[in-house]
Structures are given as C-alpha cells and as structure tokens.
Design a protein around this ligand. Structure first.
Ligand code: CP
Ligand code: NVA
Length: 306
C-alpha cells in the first residue's frame, strides 16, 4: 500500500503513470465514459484549513469514479477537540477506503499515515502541496511545455515552492526560485531536492532577484504571499514582497510565448497583476480543472497499488 504525502516518495515513472492515467480518465469523461473503478468506496476528507479547489475536485472525482466522499472539518470531528491523531487514523481507516488530509504541520499527516490501514493523500500541509503539482504537470504536458522547460517561481518560499522543487528534481527540468530575503525555501528540503536532482539532471537554483529568475523562462509561476495560517503577517509581507509581483514587465523578460501558472486562489495586484492573470486565464483555469482529472488518476493508481 502506498501513501501520497510528497512527490519525494515517487519515481519519475510513477508520477508519469499517475498523470497519464488522469489524462486518460479526462478523455473518458469528455466522451461520457464513467468506469467507476472506485465503486462503493469512501474517501474521508479531513480539512483543517479552507479550500475551494481541493474539496470540489476530490468530492466530484470520487463521485465520478463510483465512490463517495465525506467532508470532515475539524469543527465536526473530535480531532479538533483533542482526540489523538493515532486514534482518529485507526477509526477512520477502519471504515473508509482512502483518506485525504489538509492540515498545518506535515508531521500530522505522517503520523496519521503511519497508523492508517488505507492510503493517505496530502491535500496540502505547511510544507508541501503535491496534488497541485500533479495538476500543474498535467497542464505542462497538455500544453507541450514539459520538455526542456525552464520554470521561474517568483514569491514566497512555501509549500508550493517545495513541491515545485520536488517535481523539477524528479522530472529533470530547470527551476529558478526568486524569493525576498528572509522568505527563502526550507534549507533541508532544498538539500533533499538538490540530491534527487543529481540523478535526473534537473537544475534548481535559488536567488533573491525575480528578474534574474524569469530571464528566458518558458513558465513563470507564483503563489500567494501569505499562506493559510499566516494571515497576521499579511501587511508586513505586502511590504517585504515589493518588486515581486508578476506583471507584464516581468513577463516581458521571460521567453516569447511564456506561460503563466498559478495554483489559485490569486491575490490580484499582489503576487500577480490583473493583466497577467487575465491574459493567461485559459491555462490557469485549465490548471485548476486538471486538479479533478489528476486526482482521479491518483486515487485509481493508489487503489491499484494496495
Ligand atoms: N489550489 C488549491 O489547493 O486551492 P484550494 O485552497 O481552493 O483547495
Ligand atoms: N501557499 C498557499 C497555497 C494555497 C493553495 C497556502 O498554503 O495557503
């Protein structure tokens, strides 16, 4: 049995298998074919943070695969009142077939997985957001920009950045990360990604100058400056991130026809200008919809590997 906690635990071939399965399932959906491979199965979804895309995509995806999804916020279950993670994990995994968790500390999901009898999927932690990267990679493949991609990530060194690092390291493309001073990526995760990158030929570099990062890039991406749980720092961060907005001038430095990606939700005129976001709306909203297809691929893959 496999859990999906970070891309670190998956080979390039496995990531491709999952994403290609998602692409196949997407084609079936377009043709009105529902294979219901997860018929009678239940996915428990534990949300300790807000969500639009993650909830809608997992719940819809599970239904389309013939199964059922349970939405459990920490206001509804005893986990939020102090029932131990290990007890919650043993109870839920004795009744459900898969569990998706969105939480704060990455160690929570690791502890849960270590007690779970069924596959656990990371739906975002403070450290990683791997399901988003499955959708992003699917989008790159569909737009024909995965081979020799140079991705520039401009903004906060956060869960999205860490997951981009793992995807680049596994797949083998170039990733340049520009963060303001004091908002760099986690040093241990960077070291791990660089180690993996040695085997794949990926080039991962970190810097503090966004212009240097986007120079000639084929994909430019960013994320909110204040992640969930950092609401109190919002105004300080707006000051500290001056010069890091992805706007038309910054996109001019990237390659001709460079694409822009954003996991959403986007904060216009902060990490991205209205004009860049709306100018790349086709790909950004395809990326968002691909959450549904990529995660259906993931759930089917995990079910086949137990
Ligand atoms: N991108 C993403 O995970 O969105 P939600 O927070 O809306 O789920
Ligand atoms: N970094 C963001 C991603 C949201 C999908 C957050 O953690 O809030």
């Amino acid at each position: 049995m496999r859990h999906f906690l970070t891309l670190k635990d998956f080979t390039k071939e496995e990531i491709l298998e999952i994403v290609n399965l998602g692409i196949e399932i997407k084609k079936d959906l377009r043709a009105g074919i529902y294979k219901e491979e997860l018929k009678h199965q239940t996915l428990a979804m534990i949300f300790e943070k807000s969500s639009t895309r993650t909830r809608v995509s997992f719940e819809t995806g599970m239904f389309q695969l013939g199964g059922h999804a349970l939405f459990l916020s920490n206001r509804d279950i005893h986990l939020g009142r102090g029932e131990p993670i290990k007890d919650t994990a043993r109870v839920i995994s004795s009744m459900c077939d898969m569990v998706m968790i969105r939480t704060f500390e990455h160690s929570m999901i690791e502890e849960f997985a270590s007690y779970s009898k069924v596959p656990v999927i990371n739906g975002l932690t403070d450290s990683y957001h791997p399901v988003q990267l499955l959708a992003d990679y699917m989008t790159m493949l569909e737009y024909g920009i995965s081979e020799n991609a140079t991705v520039a990530y401009v903004g906060d060194g956060n869960n999205m950045t860490h997951s981009w690092m793992m995807l680049a390291a596994k797949i083998g493309f170039e990733l340049r990360i520009a963060t303001p001073k004091g908002y760099e990526v986690d040093g241990d995760i960077l070291a791990e990604a660089l180690k993996i990158a040695k085997g794949s030929g990926a080039k991962i570099s970190v810097m503090n100058d966004p212009k240097e990062a986007v120079q000639g890039a084929t994909i430019v991406t960013t994320d909110t400056w204040a992640s969930m749980g950092q609401e109190d720092e919002k105004y300080t961060r707006i000051k500290d991130f001056q010069g890091f907005m992805v706007d038309d001038l910054m996109m001019c430095l990237a390659a001709k026809n460079a694409k822009f990606l954003h996991c959403l939700p986007a904060y216009r005129e902060q990490e991205v200008s209205e004009s860049v976001l709306e100018g790349h709306a086709d790909i950004v909203f395809d990326e968002a919809q691909n959450r549904l297809h990529a995660q259906k691929g993931l759930m089917v893959w995990l079910n086949r590997h137990r």
